[in-house]
Design a protein around this ligand. Sequence first.
Ligand SMILES: Cc1cc2nc3c(=O)[nH]c(=O)nc-3n(C[C@H](O)[C@H](O)[C@H](O)COP(=O)(O)OP(=O)(O)OC[C@H]3O[C@@H](n4cnc5c(N)ncnc54)[C@H](O)[C@@H]3O)c2cc1C
Ligand code: FES
Ligand code: FES
Length: 501
Amino acid sequence: MNTIRFILNNHEITTTEHPATTVLDFVRRSAHLTGTKEGCREGDCGACTVLVGERKGTDSTASVEYISANSCLLPLGDMQGKHVVTVEGITLAAQSAPNSSQPSLNLVQQAMADEGGAQCGFCTPGFIVSMTGYSLTAQNLTSEGMTQAIDGNVCRCTGYASIKRAIDRVITELADSPLADSPSHDEQRISRLVRKRLLPDYFVAIPERLSVLQERIKTDVANNGAGLVHTAKFAIGGGTDLFVQKPEALLKSHVQLLGSPRAPIMRVHDEDGWCVMDARTPVADVLASPLVQSHIPQMQKFLTLFASTPIRNRATLGGNINNASPIGDMTAILLALNTELTLLAPDGTERRVLLRNYYKGYKTLDRKPDEIVEMLRFKLPDDDTVFNYEKVSRRTYLDIASVNTALQLRLKEGTITEAHASAGGVAAIPLYLAETVSYLIGKHISTETFLEAASIAVSETSPISDARGSTDYKRLLLRQLFYAHAVSLFPKKLNVGTFVS
Ligand SMILES: Cc1cc2nc3c(=O)[nH]c(=O)nc-3n(C[C@H](O)[C@H](O)[C@H](O)COP(=O)(O)OP(=O)(O)OC[C@H]3O[C@@H](n4cnc5c(N)ncnc54)[C@H](O)[C@@H]3O)c2cc1C
Ligand code: FES
Ligand code: FES
């Protein structure tokens, strides 16, 4: 068993527990830090939220970037060399609390208490950790931004008005501090947050302590080997799917942690007009990518519909396409971007396959058991190209789609020269709408074109009735969503009223 070293709040941890132990179980059962609560164990309630800090860069000025994450879906092995922060770790240390020998509440905790932001208190640590995490990472601190950052936290008794008041109070308290001027995560920001009593002062030394820790880990690896098993039974990306589906099986298996910082992660970058992304890139990084924004400005809006902040911080592109869910959001988007995958075999052999040819049947992929998806790439849309994504779910946020669809069109003088379209939730696999695409190419943009394309799209599908809707309902949804593409992309060109019937 390999040694896992990390800093938990202010303490260095060395453990040989199974790498697929959840951080939730470790902090509650092994570290006896029971402030982190166990609710759903499925990433839905946010009671278990923790912060995970990772050192970025290698020189002495390297800073630590923090994300919020659901500890119930977080593999302990992925904490190697990182800083894990629970609600206990943001309480101010005794020495920084005037006139008290007890640890005192930080700015966020105090605001929640003063504004009546907790009743039973079960959800409260999760809210507090998410709000503190936002203060550490946001470029501009706003009430709206902090409210967005608690999109993965559910409270069943307090009601959100008092939590919102606590948020406003924190933002007001921070307003006279020029945090917005300092880049997120950097030393200056941490020092200011310490002065503002939002963080305990041990945070200042964390970058240096992680650097020392990483040297120890290098020695462990030199002595024992990296311990990574390419042919492990489970390859874990972010774990947001695997830890919901198979938590017990993971604990009995060899696991390969794809997200471990064993190689520089090439997240999202431009390579000769292609957007190239490491398969381990979390959805949050695509949402925040300036490159993606500049070519697909609506992407931020589309991806805000994906789960919640802590899930997006961990959910990887590789995990989304390989769990092969017919309703994956990223999968539907990547299909319509005509994405190409690079697969890597244990002997280093690479091969490329188009995502639209990857799905062979329900959860059956064009991938050998020992291959992993290494990279993804798609042509960056140019000025002649338009892209749209539509999703319907039973509630707007933190819900998977009933039906989703994406459409990309390249135009020359009003004629479609290239098209790619996808639909989710209407077949056993994420569907590339091949017949619709072949119909669209060469057609002029007109209401008739979209009416016909929607009807072909529906004819390509074979939805089943389930908890998310009947066969007929899903067909109807897809047709309407195809019309929504038309309305979103060409509101002035088309007779929008025709689609409302
Ligand atoms: C509360 C909640 C809400 C969610 N909401 C949404 C939503 O709105 N939209 C949505 O699309 N999904 C949603 N999901 C599902 C999930 O978060 C995503 O599918 C996510 O992208 C999975 O990525 P992961 O890295 O966490 O996958 P993991 O759990 O790590 O892996 C999933 C599968 O992919 C395989 N895998 C992972 N990476 C690779 C790779 N590089 N090569 C080969 N195989 C690989 C794993 O072996 C496993 O079989 C939600 C999940 C939760 C818990
Ligand atoms: S216990 Fe509910 S999100 Fe983790
Ligand atoms: S205070 Fe009881 S669940 Fe939020």
